[in-house]
Design a protein around this ligand. Structure first.
Ligand code: FMN
Length: 337
């Protein structure tokens, strides 16, 4: 059923962004979204690591930028702990066709945090402010953004973090409304997002656990943001962007088309092609979709060792996928990357 597009509390259509997901929102996923005509307003890449010695230029992320198969602007995300390497990498990446830069202030990976990057930046707001202001100075207007969590231990830390980030006048601000301690589970804290909307002088996007039109409508209302960023919910149902713009929920045939398209596209992007490698790559995406399959289909999909077997299982399982409404209303339960 066609419905009215969602609106923000300001009466505008909300900004829709694809969340960065390391090893998931890659070129094969972007190509799949393009082929299904399910595009957001913009994409943020997974992070490139701005290490002291050099930028870890992941080939797969760089190709999302240089071979962007979508008509969407792409913002590149950097994770780092010091201004100097971050500025060095901004300079390098300015030569690439990126719409803007995004600082990762939320990655909970112990490896990244041990180096003082990602969510570790939340622990020292004064240092965070220095980094943000240096990046602001180096990045032209309209191209500087931050994606952050609301604290390391508790959302009580957020007002200081927020002031530190706002001091750099970002052009766009995305809040994954969880603490680092919460990782990917637990209720996102809408009050913190509202605070960000009040204090920031740029559009703010709410992120975390949006997997249906109802979720998005609720979050837009309760946070008063200008849009939403969605990760796991889109991997599970890429047609969600269409639904948020007033389009119909996906039919079973469309969901099947999604799985088969993704199977084709992941096959094109394998570094060391083999049937097992292809299945393993596909399982990275299916991990966010298993809830929509019967336990039997999930069991078989998890054990597939050839794409042929996987395609056959998907075709069979398609008949067992729940109805449209059930698909778009359920929450993703796979919480960890
Ligand atoms: C597998 C995986 C990889 C992720 N990689 C990144 C990343 O590179 N950069 C980032 O800012 N967030 C990353 N995230 C966090 C997501 O962007 C998002 O903030 C989080 O999943 C909550 O949103 P969601 O419920 O819509 O998925 C990742 C999450 C997952 C599950």
């Amino acid at each position: 059923m066609q419905r009215a597009p969602l609106t923000t509390v300001y009466g505008d259509t909300p900004l829709l962004a694809l969340a960065p997901m390391q090893d998931v929102t890659d070129l094969s996923f972007l190509r799949t979204l393009q082929r299904l005509h399910c595009l957001p307003d913009f994409v943020v890449t997974p992070y490139l690591r701005s290490a002291t010695t050099s930028c870890v230029m992941s080939d797969s992320i760089i190709r999302c930028i240089t071979e962007n198969p979508t008509s969407c602007p792409i913002w590149v995300q950097l994770a780092g702990s010091e201004a100097e390497p971050l500025l060095r990498d901004v300079k390098t990446l300015n030569e690439f066709p990126v719409a803007g830069f995004n600082l990762n202030v939320g990655c909970p990976s112990p490896l990244v945090n041990r180096h003082g990057a990602g969510a570790a930046l939340l622990k020292n707001p004064a240092h965070l402010q220095c980094i943000c202001c240096a990046m602001r100075d180096a990045i032209s207007l309209g191209r500087w953004s931050v994606k952050c969590r609301v604290g390391w231990e508790s959302s009580g830390e957020f007002s200081q973090i927020l002031s530190a980030i706002c001091a750099s006048s970002p052009d766009l601000f995305i809040v994954h409304a969880r603490t680092r301690r919460q990782m990917y589970a637990g209720k996102p804290d809408d009050a913190s997002v509202r605070l960000a909307v009040q204090q920031a002088s740029c559009p703010v996007l709410a992120n975390g656990d949006i997997s249906s039109r109802t979720d998005a409508a609720h979050r837009l209302l309760s946070t008063r943001t200008h849009g939403v960023m969605i990760g796991r919910g889109i991997v599970r149902n890429p047609y969600l962007f269409r639904e948020l713009r007033g389009g119909v929920a996906p039919s079973r045939d469309e969901m099947l088309l999604y799985y088969i398209t993704l199977l084709e596209e992941t096959g094109r992007e394998l570094l060391h092609p083999s049937p097992a490698a292809h299945c393993n790559r596909m399982k990275k995406f299916l991990a966010f979709c298993y809830e929509d399959f019967s336990p039997q289909a999930e069991y078989t999909l998890r054990r597939c060792t050839s794409p042929f077997e996987m395609e056959k299982t998907l075709l069979l399982a398609a008949n067992k996928i729940p109805s449209d409404r059930e698909i778009s209303g359920k929450k993703p339960t796979r919480n960890t990357p």
